[in-house]
Design a binder for this molecule. Structure first.
Ligand code: CA
Length: 224
């Protein structure tokens, strides 16, 4: 079972997160101040950290800086009410893997958690949570299998995550930056054309007309 450390001093939020994450098959531990986060991570194994920025003791930014300064690799998703671009940039440049603002959608947070964990190993989840469907395409996260019209398609790791990301945002245009962030993380330079290249690969495998290019904006899945 994957273990998630929740650093959150608002008990309504931490209780909600713990309950929902447990229902999705994760183990959870809640801490309420920054010192506890550092202490727990140095002594116990966790697979992911959800980090509030406004924490007593040591705030989330300091915690982030210390963890990354120690070379700690744990995936970190910041979950904060601070919604200014400068806060997000500071968090991501400080070494967070992702940044979500409150109020948040649990489904979206869950999708982002899965993406972060998937680069290591597929989490054990209830069967129903591991199958994503859009039109004639079915994606089984557990088996890592993709079928189009009941025909199985072989995808590379990145192609799989890219398709999963698009399928989790149906009818929504995803910008190249969004996809770059979701699939490759923030380590890629923003001008990289890797997204276009992989969209091309995917089109070859799942059909040309599935992924629509929205000129100047990005990509979205097209309902047939
Ligand atoms: Ca707080």
């Amino acid at each position: 079972m994957k273990r998630i450390l929740i650093a959150e001093d608002d008990r309504r939020i931490s209780a909600f997160l713990a309950q929902k994450l447990q229902a999705n098959g994760y183990g959870t531990t809640v801490v309420e101040d920054g010192y506890q986060v550092l202490n727990l991570i140095s002594h116990h194994q966790f697979d992911l950290l959800i980090l509030d920025l406004g924490l007593p003791g040591k705030d989330g930014e300091e915690v982030l800086t210390e963890l990354r300064g120690q070379g700690q690799q744990i995936p970190i998703i910041i979950l904060s009410a601070r919604d200014q671009i400068k806060d997000k940039v500071a968090g991501l440049e400080g070494g967070a893997d992702d940044y979500m603002t409150k109020p948040f959608s649990f489904e979206e947070l869950l999708a982002r958690i899965r993406l972060r964990l998937r680069s290591h190993q597929i989490p054990q989840e209830p069967k129903s949570a591991t199958v994503v469907q859009f039109g004639n395409i079915t994606l089984d996260l557990h088996q890592r299998a993709v079928t189009v019209d009941d025909r199985e398609i072989k995808l590379s790791n990145q192609e799989f995550i890219l398709l999963d990301t698009l399928m989790r945002h149906p009818n929504q245009v995803m910008s190249r930056e969004d996809l770059l962030n979701y699939v490759w993380g923030y380590s890629y330079e923003p001008n990289s054309n890797i997204v276009n290249v992989y969209i091309g690969y995917l089109r070859k495998k799942v059909g040309n007309d599935l992924i629509e290019t929205v000129r100047g904006v990005g990509y979205r899945l097209r309902n047939k």
